[in-house]
Design a binder for this molecule. Structure first.
Ligand code: MN
Length: 208
């Protein structure tokens, strides 16, 4: 059975940038909903239920057609949110020099990377995610996905994922997605991003 990951911080720890009620609803209702519906879809498919969710998302052809959409949506929702919680922190932190060099190499400068990332995030129409990913050639780039789609389906390694569904910010920011993004930019755990680049942190279910 899949289950919610433990959060390494409290619901109120991002106040006032992200309010405690948004955090609690997002985790206990939205993310829990994806986990519950994923487990329901996989009930009766015990061989699949035992696999890490990223294995299924990487190759949905192994999932029977009648539950494929459910696994993609709810499994994607579970996986994306697990990555999301882990790449946030209330502790002020800075990207270290190795990550900065990598970003400079791929985007020209840190400021250009931030600009491209936030522009992509603001440009997501409807519900979706913005990502920093590592591609198969070890290049890092910014991409967006719709709904709960995930970069691993495209053979990209997600390094940083930011939720731009309205449920992530509407209580506090209403339609002001740009303000939410400016706030959450200061809550990113850059050491997790760097560990993911080097393959040391996968965002897997804790029980996998
Ligand atoms: Mn969400």
């Amino acid at each position: 059975m899949h289950q919610l990951p433990n959060l390494p911080y409290g619901f109120a720890d991002f106040e006032p940038k992200i309010d405690a009620q948004t955090m609690e609803l997002h985790y206990s209702k939205h993310h829990q909903g994806y986990v519950s519906k994923l487990n329901e879809a996989l009930a009766g498919h015990s061989a699949l239920l035992d696999l890490p969710i990223e294995d299924l998302l990487k190759d949905l052809s192994m999932v029977p057609e009648e539950i494929r959409t459910a696994v993609s949506n709810f499994g994607g929702g579970h996986y994306n949110h697990t990555l999301f919680w882990a790449n946030l922190t209330p502790e002020e932190n800075q990207p270290d020099s190795a990550l900065r060099e990598l970003i400079d190499l791929n985007f020209g400068s840190w400021d250009k990377f931030q600009e491209e990332f936030l522009k992509a995030a603001n440009g997501v129409f409807g519900s979706g995610w913005v990502w920093l990913v590592k591609d198969e050639a070890n290049k890092v780039r910014v991409i967006t996905t719709k709904n709960q789609d995930n970069p691993i389906s495209e053979n990209h390694t997600p390094l940083l994922g930011i939720d731009v569904w309205e449920h992530a910010y509407y209580l506090n920011y209403q339609n002001r997605r740009a303000d939410y993004l400016a706030a959450i930019w200061s809550l990113i755990n850059w050491s997790v991003v760097e560990k993911r680049f080097y393959g040391k942190e996968s965002g897997r279910d804790s029980e996998d």
